[in-house]
Design a protein around this ligand. Sequence first.
Ligand code: TNX
Length: 527
Amino acid sequence: MSTVQGYLRAAIAVVAVAAACSPAPPGAPPQPQQSAITHAIVPVPSSVALLPGESFLVDSTVEVVVEDITTNPGDRALADQLATLLRATGSSGPMVGAYDVSSGRRRIVLARGATGLGPEGYDLTISGSAVRITAESAPGLFYGIQTIRQLLPSAVEHPAALSRALRIPAGHIKDAPRFTWRGAMLDVSRHFLSSRDVKGFIDLLALYKMNRLHLHLSDDQGWRIEIKSWPNLTAIGGRGEVGGGQGGFYTQDEFRELVSYAAARFVTIVPEIDMPGHTNAALASYGELNCDGVARAPYAGIRVGFSALCAERDTVYRFVSDVVREIGALTPAPWFHIGGDEVEKISHDAYRAFIERVQGIVQSHGKVTIGWGEISPANLSPATIVQHWKRDSSFVHAARGGKVILSPSKKLYLDMKYDSATVLGLKWAAIIDVRDSYDWEPGTYLEGVPESSVLGIEAPLWSETLEKRSDFEYMAFPRLAVVAELGWSAPANRSWENFRLRLAAHGPRLSGLGVNFYRSPQIPWLQ
Ligand code: TNX
């Protein structure tokens, strides 16, 4: 066997072997009999049939081509991404070529065509002589490329990888997502993350076929986006963070750039400005947003519920309208998240009236409102989306025909500790190891919210205890891979035993990417 073949066989075989041989963690219950796995793709595709022993050799004679570049010039960027990936180990890999049937070269073809798999689905066929991804639209092609990426050895993720030839195992994969909303949320208010770090996080979402990044842009501790008509929001409100650090904010140009960086990876950024509560940073920036007209002191603690915009003042609604208009103009995304959680300072009636008025403002700027579960009792438009996080009345919204995003804190809160020894994070909702986050079913989780009302799932990463990128990564990984599978894969294809073996192979991949992840003892990690 050549080194190349040996290496590639190893990539697959090792997954099964290591899984079978890995010692049980101390104190762990006996593990059930482990079956071998044939691939380590996360999220698991709708169908995978690999042909053992056959593969497509990637060398410099191969071309990546777009079948109909005249109709789809934008697909050239996808071909470039794939060619770059295939050259990643430093071997002389393929270049993007013109589609020319008579060239006789071995090709990797990106093609648009009917697949019956929807706008994000793809059909991937790999033989010894050709690779073809067919999709109805660009996201499908992109996800087909991510699947090829995960069929390659994890060395492709490492910038210092030694030169070695790659092979893609032969077979046929058909795939399409279960939910259209497969999201994560970053709380950049409690602790600020630079746009460079946010881009790094977007790259990881894309690897796992996730398509929404909700940014929690304001809270008591910090206001994180430039608003030109209300400059103190960042000049004063952008300065602090939990623990008294310096904070920070995104300029409008930086935010626009984040939006397009994400869009190139088929991730839509969903901006949130939390209101009427969680607003101390705004209340400190402008006295007129408070009922007594007096600006509040900055806040660097982690209590919640104590702040509220003055719901009786017209200035407040002018402020909200300016903020929604300016942020809304920075992104083509149809949604604007208004928060709405944990308000203790105003009456129920005043709260509901506030939410209804703000929903109207969001609509007047051409956007769809999203809010946390607390907004359900207000008179909401069926187009508004409710994000469930704890016991709430999301079912009321489902009953009026509205859609719900599931972010149950006991399952999906990435800021919850993995076990009682986890240093970072909180534990008010639950302690959530990898299996706890995997073992539940979004379609039947909430009474009164049937699968048809579930838009999808989203995992929030609150940052009271997280100071830097590596902290965020540690809490997000590997649980974000779980979220990806819950959001993408059909229930019939999911199983914990199979997932943990596939996830094991993502250890070296995440290491290659430089991600600081939690080595849960529930997973037989490969080295
Ligand atoms: C609840 S979830 C909050 C956040 C906190 C989080 C900490 C939600 C809508 N509100 O303000 O950061 O708990 O886990």
